[in-house]
Ligand binder design. Structure first.
Ligand SMILES: Nc1ncnc2c1ncn2[C@@H]1O[C@H](COP(=O)(O)OP(=O)(O)OP(=O)(O)O)[C@@H](O)[C@H]1O
Length: 266
């Protein structure tokens, strides 16, 4: 793994020697990764390289075969209460948004508050949910709608509002711009960057979207061959000598994304 030195207090997520297997298939084979406090880390890699499995392992949703994972200084293999505390400090937006279809957007956003803070009464819970809905750029009226009544972009924002329900320090996003048109995707990227800066979030962001990498990520980690091939700022990662990295960062789509980034900076 290629990575600049990182001191202890800067690390929000530390993964060491991670091994994940499904039957005879080894997905991760001694994977090391650091997510630094306050950064947006873009996580990329070929289809099936194990990005989602890595996210699930960090979230404590899948016990690995070997290795250690620390989130905000606590071991994820810890039981019960410590995992609950971590969950309170962590927001997640799964790939499909994973909203409950039978609940309105507001009720969806209330679910984590109801689960983790039972003593918060209904009026305050409702008010907090409205606040998160507004924070993600949705109108308050969207709170009364069911997921099936929303556009793809609105559903992503609703999922983000639910991920932010507990004021997390850490945000995990699995392909948040997948399925959005380029304008919707760019707007979502901008929202993420603004919220991350304003709320001081640390963000673990799985994406295939080169525009997202160039527009909002502070560093990028490339997953391949069962480990992190390289992690660092984009210009370091682009220069890394590996066939997948070369193809991904030097293809026509990457050139377009870089050109768009250049235009934004001018
Ligand atoms: N529950 C499971 N049972 C068996 N195999 C699994 C399971 N979950 C994931 N895998 C396998 O692990 C590998 C990595 O899957 P993962 O979903 O992490 O890939 P990914 O990098 O997120 O891919 P994509 O970019 O296509 O979403 C795949 O080969 C997948 O089939």
């Amino acid at each position: 793994m290629v990575s600049a030195g990182t001191s202890e207090h800067e690390v929000a997520v530390r993964v060491r020697g991670l091994v994940n297997r499904f039957g005879t298939q080894t997905v991760h084979n001694g994977l090391d990764l650091d997510v630094r406090r306050g950064e947006i880390l873009g996580v990329v890699g070929g289809s099936g390289s194990g990005k989602s499995v890595l996210m699930r392992a960090i979230l404590g949703l899948r016990p690995p075969q070997a290795g250690s994972i620390e989130v905000l200084g606590r071991s994820v293999s810890g039981q019960g209460e410590s995992l609950q505390t971590l969950r309170r400090r962590t927001g997640v937006l799964f790939q499909d948004g994973a909203l409950f279809s039978s609940l309105t957007v507001r009720e969806n956003v209330e679910v984590p508050i109801r689960t983790h803070y039972r003593d918060i009464g209904s009026p305050l819970r409702c008010e907090l949910a409205r606040l998160k809905i507004r924070l993600t750029g949705l109108k308050v009226s969207a709170g009364g709608k069911y997921p099936s009544e929303l556009s793809g972009g609105m559903r992503k924002r609703a999922g983000l509002a639910r991920a932010l329900a507990l004021d997390p320090e850490l945000l995990f996003l699995d392909e948040p711009t997948a399925g959005l048109d380029p304008i919707g995707a760019a707007a979502f990227d901008e929202l993420l960057r603004t919220l991350a800066d304003a709320l001081g979030l640390t963000v673990f962001l799985i994406t295939h979207d080169l525009d997202t990498l160039y527009a909002i990520c502070d560093r990028v980690a490339v997953i391949g061959d069962g480990r992190v091939l390289v992690s660092g700022p984009l210009e370091e990662v682009e220069a890394f000598d590996h066939p997948w990295v070369r193809d991904y960062f030097n293809g026509p789509r990457a050139r377009q994304a870089k050109a768009a980034q250049g235009r934004r900076e001018r």
